[in-house]
Structure formats: C-alpha cells, structure tokens
Design a protein around this ligand. Sequence first.
Ligand code: HEC
Length: 125
Amino acid sequence: MRNWTKALPTLLGFVMLLGACGSSEADRELSAAAAAGREVALDKGCAACHGDNGEGSIGPPWIGLAGSTVDLEGGGAVVADADYLRRSIVDPQADIVAGMTVKMPVTELSEAQVDNLIAYIEELR
Ligand code: HEC
C-alpha cells in the first residue's frame, strides 16, 4: 500500500508527460499558415474524411500528397502541385482520385482559408 501511494504521483506525472508530447506533436513543426490550415480542416469537416493529422480515412491521406503523382479516375495522372491542391479543394469533382467510392463535397471557404489549407497540405509532404 505504501509503495502504491508513492508510485502513483510518479505514474500520473509520466502519463501527463506522454499526453503533453502527444498533443504538441501535431502542430510542432507547422508554420503559422499551416497551423491555421489544420484548424480550418478540423473546423470545416475536412478532417472527418482526411484525418485529424492528414493521415486519411475515407478520403485520401494528405501526408506525402504535395509533389506526388496522383492517378486519376478514368486514366491519366497529375502532379499534386499548388494548382492541383487548390482545384481539388474548391472544385472537388474536377479531378477525381482513382479508386475512390466517396464523393468529396464542396465546402464554402474564404481565399485565406484555402491558402492556409494548401500551406498545411504542402507541409505534410
Ligand atoms: C465526405 C468526405 C470528404 C470531405 C468532408 C472532404 N473531402 Fe477531400 N476528398 C475526399 C475524397 C473521397 C477524395 C478523393 C476523390 C476526389 O478526388 O474527389 C478527396 C480529395 C481531396 C484532395 C485531393 C487528394 C489527392 O489525393 O489528390 C484534396 C486536396 C482534398 N480532398 C481536400 C479537402 C479539403 C481541404 C476539405 C475540407 C474543406 C475536404 N477535402 C473535405 C473526401 C472528402
């Protein structure tokens, strides 16, 4: 019993430390614009399909997307540059990623929000 009560605060401290590391992980290396983009993604529901940290779920992952070559539905491929990212966000049906069954919805976004989202996705490359 004495050992247990002694160990508990240490254990709690350790768990809290782990928690602190985990939560700062996501925005640690992001620029201000990219961190704002991540907020938009969480706020506007993008994260529901693309993951809280861009890891993807029913939508394709954003991690490693920028600069990569994307295969499109119906054949062909495109390099995911800033123009492609912008088009994918403001006009989701313009280029459909091959093999996707879910349709990405159109979201009302300001120019600044789109810029921040692109900055975020580019920093996940
Ligand atoms: C209902 C789920 C859903 C939501 C919400 C959603 N997306 Fe998507 N997104 C998809 C799917 C599915 C695709 C792949 C098909 C396509 O290209 O339309 C996609 C494709 C993309 C792509 C291109 C990915 C690639 O691999 O080429 C980008 C960039 C993107 N979404 C950004 C966003 C942003 C930013 C938001 C929020 C404003 C958002 N998405 C909201 C499902 C979603």
